[in-house]
Design a protein around this ligand. Structure first.
Ligand code: AHG
Ligand code: MN
Ligand code: MN
Ligand code: MN
Length: 335
């Protein structure tokens, strides 16, 4: 069979499902094009002069890497002039970015983590981009942060790219999750997996174990049971993987199952957690649910959480359904 490009895939989806409008198709293509650009910059590594710190801090108080700043600029520039967006928001910008008056405005809002896993960039480990698409509320021409504060169930599309040994784009528009691989010679994303499915059970978990002593009691108990293995209450051995790039950890789960947890701990309690709801937790929760997995904040379905602020943080539990339901039940019992 002839390879199916992202463009053809989206046009065929647009024909068969009216939820995909021409503007949404353009938006996804523009994001994909920007991600090709980011992929190219990353692949040059030291030779491109793109590694290291940018000598600036973002609103989260994190030291920005040069590639955090560059990826943000690439996504902004690519999306400003197409007429498909009303505004954009990003991990690297304190407030939403409005479309300059010289360009037409569209009806969508785009939220992104331009470079996820940036602590891994200087050591040549996979990083990625995460994005989420929302509708701009009707009648709003100058969106503010408040208009972005929509629960994840309102997303019309979400996706991530992984800049790894190959560059992948994983996408949902609400009818399954599909994977595209960047063909560098042709310069386009090609459909390589339709309908990714996450197995309901797993024996593999991803968590930053160095935070163990700071976790809440149900989390301590749950992970201890995993570590006890065959002779413990779970009656089988569990394996651990932790890349520390959420995109790479989630992509492993999309490929062969597993769970990814970033629980609240004593260090992050005041902020609500480590990961950000709008541009990390929510899009990943949409993708994971579309692939048959589950995603909660330990108590509640992540997609139902209404954000209170643009950069709000939340605990994240996602992946193979039965395992996520188990850890969520333990937290609920404890409350
Ligand atoms: P970002 O690089 O966009 O700030 O996100 C980093 C996130 C996520 O990718 C990863 O799972 C987590 O931070 C790792 O954090 P720690 O190394 O602090 O545990
Ligand atoms: Mn960051
Ligand atoms: Mn991130
Ligand atoms: Mn980031």
């Amino acid at each position: 069979m002839k390879p199916i490009s992202l463009t053809r895939f989206l046009i065929e989806e647009q024909r068969s499902r009216r939820q995909i409008t021409p503007d949404l198709r353009l938006l996804i293509e523009v994001v994909a094009r920007a991600c090709k650009h980011i992929s190219l910059a990353i692949s040059k590594g030291e030779l491109g002069g793109v590694l290291g710190n940018a000598e600036a801090y973002n609103v989260q108080g994190e030291a920005q890497k040069k590639l955090d700043v560059l990826s943000n600029e690439i996504l902004l520039e690519a999306n400003e002039w197409g007429g498909h967006l009303a505004a954009l928001a990003s991990e690297e910008m304190e407030a939403p970015h409005l479309i300059p008056h010289r360009f037409p405005k569209g009806n969508y809002l785009l939220v992104f983590d331009p470079l996820d896993g940036s602590s891994n960039i200087d050591v040549n480990i996979s990083v990625g981009t995460i994005f989420s698409v929302l509708r701009c509320p009707e009648g709003v021409t100058e969106p503010t942060a408040e208009h972005f504060l929509q629960p994840g169930v309102e997303q019309v599309a979400a996706g991530y790219t992984v800049y790894g040994p190959s560059t992948l784009l994983v996408l949902t528009t609400g009818s399954g999750v599909h994977q595209f691989t960047l063909d560098r010679e042709i310069g386009s994303f090609v459909l390589t997996q339709r309908n990714l499915r996450i197995p309901e059970d797993t024996s593999e978990f991803a968590i930053n174990m160095s935070n163990q002593r700071h976790w809440e009691a149900p989390m301590q108990r749950y992970v201890q049971e995993l570590l006890d293995g065959k002779t413990g209450p779970r009656g089988r051995d569990f394996n651990m993987r932790w890349v520390a790039s959420m995109v790479a950890d989630v992509h492993r789960i999309m490929t062969r199952g597993g769970v990814f947890y970033y629980p609240v701990d004593a260090k992050t309690r005041e902020k609500g957690g480590r990961l950000r709801l709008l541009y990390e937790a929510s899009p990943m929760a949409f993708l994971v649910e579309q692939a048959g997995g589950a995603a909660t904040d330990g108590r509640q379905r992540l997609l139902e959480r209404k954000p209170e602020a643009l950069h709000q943080r939340v605990p994240v539990f996602l992946g193979s359904k039965n395992e996520v339901e188990r850890v969520t039940a333990l937290h609920r019992e404890h409350d």
